[in-house]
Structures are given as C-alpha cells and as structure tokens.
Design a protein around this ligand. Structure first.
Ligand code: UT7
Length: 334
C-alpha cells in the first residue's frame, strides 16, 4: 500500500435551487410544526426545485461551479460517476445526461445507486480509477431531487428531505503527497433492512400502473425508527473501526463530515468516537436531507467556515436505504 498512487479531492462545486421552504411553510401543507421538526431532526429549512426540474440539471450546475473553481474545461474530465436515487429516468443514466449538458466529450460514466450512502460509494469507486492509474480526472457528482418522490401528504417524510447537488474532482496526489488523499474506506450493505426505507413502485417488481399510483407506491416509504436505530448503531460501529485500524482516535480527526439525515444521528456518532463538537460539520438546519448531495454540500460549508484545511484528517460517514453504509478516511489536500 505504501507506494500506491493515491486519489485526492482537488475541487468542489455545489448547487441548490433558490426556493427555500421553511418548517412554517410545511406546517401549512401537513400536520406538523417548527418545534417538532427542529427537536427531532435539527432541520429549519430546505431548498426545493420548481416541479419538473430534473436531477441532471442540478448536477450539471454543480459541475459548472466546480470547473470554474478548478479552472479546467469539461473536456478535461475522463470519467463521471453520478450518485443518485432520483435519476431523471431509468435510462439513459444521469451520468450520460450530465455529460451531454456539460459537453464533456472525452468522458465515460455511470450511475451508482446506494441511496444516502451513494456519494461515499461513488467517491470510493472513483478513487480506484485514480489509484489504478487508468484515469487522472474523475468527477464524482451527488445529486438528488427528493421532492420528485415525496408523498406530499406524508408528514413523516415530507419534512425530512431537500433537493441539491454537489460535485468533487478526484486527481492523483503529486510526488511528496503520499500522506494525502483517500486513505481508507469501509463499506457494507445489509439487504435485510430493505423493507424499512424503499420506493416500491415503478420498477420491474411493480411496474407503473394506475394501481401503483393509486397505492402511492411511487413515493418514499420509511419506518423512521427502524432506520434511525440502524443508522446510529452502524455509523458508530464503522467510524470506530476505521479509526482503530488506522491507529487513530477521535482526537486525530480534523473534520467529521457525516450524511445529514438527522442531527441526533450525527451527534450520537460524534460523541461515541470522542469528537470535539467544533470538528463536527453540520448543515442539516439549512438543507435537510438531500440524500446524495449532503456530503459535498457539507464539505463546501466546512471549507467556507474555515473548518477544513490542508492536512486535516477527514472522516466521512453515511448510512442509507438498503441498508447501505460506509466510512471514508482522507487527508485533505488543498
Ligand atoms: O437518510 C436516509 C436515512 N433516513 C434517516 O436516517 C431517518 C431516520 N429516522 C429519523 O430521523 C426519525 O425516526 C424521524 C425524524 C423520521 C422521526 O423521529 P422519531 O423521533 O423517530 O419520531 P417517531 O416516528 O417515533 O414519531 C413520534 C411522534 C408520533 O406520534 P405519536 O405516535 O407519538 O402520537 C408521530 O406520529 O411524532 C409524530 N410525528 C410527527 N409530528 C409532527 C411524525 N412525524 C411528525 C411530524 N410532525 N412531521
């Protein structure tokens, strides 16, 4: 492992739609209130698209932002990996749609479906293509339009989710930067948890029909408590184990950037691994759960707030539908 070519994150781009929806706005749509939402989730507001805005549009805007910041052209991109649970359509893949929108004429690409863990799965996957030496500029995009699959009458899910996109660029570490970049990862799936968070309609099991729509099978279905319990246990377990196998403790971590699904899940994990609160990146209050976009949006806020600096060890963590889960350990390189 000592001499392997490492992948580092060299740029970030973000996009959230301009429309802000507050908890008070939601209390006019369903039987809920600001206090309940804040106490149970930490969410104050979220951004929602205008109806009909596709995931590829958000993703392409995040990539445009990234390209400007990095000062490169779309044609420099070799591979596009898109993490999403709300593709524009079954096919073509959202990677194809984004590739066309940004005119990345030299790139190939594909989508990864792992719900709330998908950004980390995509990051790990992208890093392999850098480490193997096959590619030197890999784009990882996390984008979701969760409002396209939310039941507007279900207060238990409607309040949780937002729309957004983030993108990172992976490039090889330069000589002398061996300690930087993506250092380690741990990922798991546990399909026995599939029944607790899923969208049953529209696939090959229940092809779209009048019955599937009448039965509201084209919406997110969630057993919140079951997901919550699994997320707390698994995020702590994976975070602890990746630290242990790298001979690290919470005190070594410069920034903990977890999937933003519930403030209580993030805080429980941070406490368990002994992290100082100042190291815990939280932005769920302003975006809600944007599924594949939470981690890149949180990276952006950490940079803006001066909480992520070159040389910092970063621990990323996520748990999501599937169940899927993962942790990535990296040393921030810019
Ligand atoms: O990112 C993907 C992974 N997803 C997650 O990580 C979500 C994990 N789960 C959660 O974050 C939490 O379970 C929720 C935020 C979804 C729910 O919080 P909770 O503390 O588990 O609440 P609960 O489901 O136990 O519901 C408590 C009460 C119930 O009323 P009763 O039965 O006690 O009378 C619910 O009907 O709160 C009620 N309730 C609401 N009240 C006001 C449920 N949703 C709402 C609401 N507003 N929006």
């Amino acid at each position: 492992m000592a001499n392997r070519r490492r992948a580092k994150i060299t740029a970030l781009g973000r996009y959230v739609p301009p429309r802000v929806v507050t908890n008070h706005d939601l209390s006019k749509l369903v039987d809920t209130n600001h206090e309940w939402i804040v106490e149970r989730t930490g969410i104050h507001e979220r951004h929602w698209v205008e109806k009909g805005t596709p995931t590829s549009e958000l993703g392409a805007k995040a990539v445009d932002d990234l390209l400007k910041r990095r000062g490169i052209e779309a044609d420099d991109i070799e591979l596009i990996i898109v993490a999403t649970v709300t593709p524009d359509m079954f096919f073509p893949s959202t990677a194809c749609l984004i590739q066309d929108k940004i005119r990345a004429t030299r790139a190939w690409g594909f989508d990864i479906s792992a719900a709330c863990s998908s950004f980390l799965y995509a990051l790990t996957t992208g890093a392999q293509f850098i480490e193997s030496g096959q590619h030197s500029k890999v784009l990882v995009v996390g984008a979701d339009v969760m409002t396209s699959i939310l039941n507007p009458e279900d207060r238990t899910t409607l309040i949780l989710f937002g729309d957004g996109a983030g993108a990172i660029l992976l490039e090889p570490c330069a000589e002398g930067e061996e300690a930087f970049g993506v250092l380690d990862y741990r990922h798991e799936i546990d399909g026995s948890g599939g029944e607790h968070l899923y969208m049953p309609g529209g696939g090959s099991l229940n092809p779209s029909s009048r019955e599937t729509v009448d039965g509201k099978m084209h919406y997110v279905h969630q057993n919140g408590q079951a997901v919550f319990k699994y997320a707390v246990r698994k995020m702590q377990e994976l975070s602890r184990s990746i630290l242990e196998r790298n001979n690290l403790t919470g005190a070594d971590i410069g920034a903990f950037i977890a999937h933003q699904a519930n403030l209580r899940i993030i805080d429980a994990t941070a406490n368990k691994i002994g992290l100082d609160q100042s190291k815990v990146i939280k932005n769920i209050h302003k975006y809600g759960n944007t599924t594949a976009a939470t981690i890149p949006l949180a990276i952006g806020d950490a940079i803006d707030d001066g909480k992520l600096k070159k040389g910092d060890l970063v621990l990323f963590a996520a748990v999501g539908a599937g169940f899927t889960s993962g942790c990535v350990l990296a040393r921030w390189a810019y």
